[in-house]
Design a protein around this ligand. Structure first.
Ligand code: LHQ
Length: 265
């Protein structure tokens, strides 16, 4: 697993890989290099079997402030608006990699998560926030629509009405409020944030990793499926789960009245 990046800190503790976006002087806003490196680190984590849970977080006082507005010119020198779709494609590779990652991905948010940084957190499987967290769908503040999957993930997490409210008013949502509306799974006091994040990540990293990947696939696909399609998929995925060592270990541990030791195989 490469760990030598300019804009990321990457460290592994057991099965937990922590990827820290590291441009604290601009609240971890995305320049091209950070976008590229985050994609590379996520893609490497997906391939590395020693990694069984990924934590995405930010250095310093923020998770991230979205696109670096100093390095992305939205207006060409000609005065014509820039075509942003190609640029967004670089972010989309990150979203697909997180979504298809065959292991859990946790976003750990302290401080501000604004714009596309907020939406990358929404693409992760679980979110834990510190009580100083501030979520801002900042796009409408600068006359833009939510990108980075915001139009997809936000209504699915909080419902259409709340998604429209957050996107149109672009007001800050606190960590506690984010927990209340289902934008994050858990909000914890700042002083417990790192311990609680690691406890969650280590617990997942010691779990039945292949089953987690199948759970991800089942839940994510169900949002686009009818009941029949989902029940069919459930059978297919359960056939796979039944062949795993972790399934055999889970049943053996239950029958022997001991704690299961999952290997992720
Ligand atoms: C920043 C940024 C930043 C550069 C703080 N850039 N420096 C859009 C367009 C095109 C293509 C692709 O996608 C997108 C998607 C998007 O993400 S659009 C949304 C972009 N982000 C924003 O609009 C948020 C802009 N930032 C803010 O509104 C505030 O900084 C927030 C509310 C995030 C934090 O406020 P404060 O806690 O008061 O911090 P601050 O404003 O003092 O920021 C600290 C420093 O970070 C400051 O630099 P300085 O040199 O003055 O200390 C900021 O300029 C810098 N910074 N966000 N996105």
């Amino acid at each position: 697993m490469p760990t030598n990046y300019q804009n990321l800190l990457v460290s592994q503790d057991g099965g937990v890989l922590t990827i820290t976006m590291n441009r604290p002087e601009v609240l971890n806003a995305f320049n091209d290099s950070l976008i590229e490196e985050l994609y590379e680190a996520m893609a490497a984590a997906a391939e590395d079997e020693t990694v069984r849970c990924v934590v995405l977080t930010g250095a310093g006082r923020a998770f991230g402030a979205g696109q670096d507005l100093r390095t992305f010119a939205t207006i060409h020198p000609s005065g014509e608006p820039a075509k942003v779709s190609e640029h967004l494609g670089k972010y989309h590779r990150i979203l697909y990699t997180i979504r298809n990652m065959p292991k859990p991905v946790i976003a750990a948010i302290r401080g501000v998560a604004a714009g596309i940084s907020c939406n990358i957190a929404l693409a992760c499987d679980l979110r834990i926030a510190a009580d100083d967290a501030r979520f801002i769908e900042a796009f409408a503040r600068i006359g833009l629509v939510p990108d980075g999957g915001g139009g997809y993930f936000l209504p699915r997490l909080v419902g259409l009405g709340k998604a429209l409210e957050l996107s149109m008013l672009a007001d800050e949502v606190s960590g506690a409020e984010a927990e209340r509306i289902g934008l994050v799974n858990k909000c914890v006091p700042q002083e417990e944030f790192e311990t609680a994040t690691m406890a969650l990540a280590q617990r997942l990293a010691k779990g039945p990793t292949r089953a987690y990947a199948l759970i991800k696939e089942l839940m994510n696909k169900s949002l686009e499926s009818d009941l029949e399609t989902s029940l069919h998929l459930e059978g297919e995925l359960q056939d796979v789960a039944l062949t795993t060592e972790d399934h055999r270990e889970g049943v053996a541990a239950f029958l022997q009245k001991r704690r299961a030791e999952y290997t992720g195989r």
